[in-house]
Design a protein around this ligand. Structure first.
Ligand SMILES: C[S@@+](CC[C@H](N)C(=O)[O-])C[C@H]1O[C@@H](n2cnc3c(N)ncnc32)[C@H](O)[C@@H]1O
Length: 201
């Protein structure tokens, strides 16, 4: 609904030139977890309209590389270290292209992917975990050892099982709910690191 979308974070994003209010979630995750450093390679799954690409590009600087993918096109950002592909995360070839444009394995894989929500909390939770599992699988092929996966999920009954699975590949999995998350939303982020085992290592 329009009145929800145009909250203070939305207005701030407009004023400060960010493509999305979601940019502030990544800024907070960076402040709390120190995800990025200059020169890093970053993958952004579900990157449209481009707010996270902007934040990551700034933090990795001109010598870093940020490669995103989304089913939707991202309007050009004018950031030379950033590439945004159009594709679906379930398409394995799309993931291979990400690795190609990145020029190697990533230090950080981000996923802010969200399902088309139905308004039924439990159904949306299940669909968000499907996307999180797809992000986990992609991370197995894209992340370097010691790397970090950051992934949006909607909280619910099956989240603990997913976290247990992730602990087979990552040293630690933290749950973080950024301040700019809408009140009443089940959304939170998993920050999993260091990456220890992947499918294609
Ligand atoms: C909340 S938005 C991401 C916002 C972004 N982080 C930003 O700051 O601009 C979620 C995105 O996930 C994308 N998405 C959902 N399912 C996807 C899939 N299977 N493959 C690729 N992208 C997907 C949607 O198209 C949508 O653009």
């Amino acid at each position: 609904m329009a009145y929800q979308r145009k909250d203070s974070w939305y207005r701030r994003a407009k004023q400060e030139g960010y493509r999305s209010r979601a940019a502030y979630k990544l800024i907070e995750l960076q402040r709390r977890c120190r995800l990025f450093a200059q020169g890093m390679r970053v993958v952004d799954l579900g990157c449209a309209p481009g707010g996270w690409l902007q934040v990551a590009a700034k933090d990795v600087g001109g010598k870093g590389r940020v490669a995103g993918i989304d089913r939707l096109e991202v309007e050009p950002l004018g950031l030379p270290q950033t590439v945004a592909l159009v594709g679906n995360i379930y398409d394995r070839e799309a993931c291979d292209r990400l690795r190609e444009v990145l020029g190697g394995r990533a230090d950080v894989v981000l996923s802010d992917m969200a399902p088309d929500t139905s308004g039924v909390g439990d159904a949306d939770h299940v669909r968000s975990l499907e996307l999180a599992r797809a992000a986990f699988e992609a991370a197995g092929r894209l992340l370097r050892l010691g790397g970090t996966l950051v992934c949006k999920v909607f909280d619910g009954l099956d989240l603990n099982d997913l976290i247990m699975d992730w602990k087979s590949a990552f040293g630690k999995v933290r749950r973080i709910r950024p301040e700019s998350t809408r009140k009443g939303s089940r959304e939170l982020y998993l920050v999993a690191r260091p990456f220890e085992r992947g499918s294609a290592l």
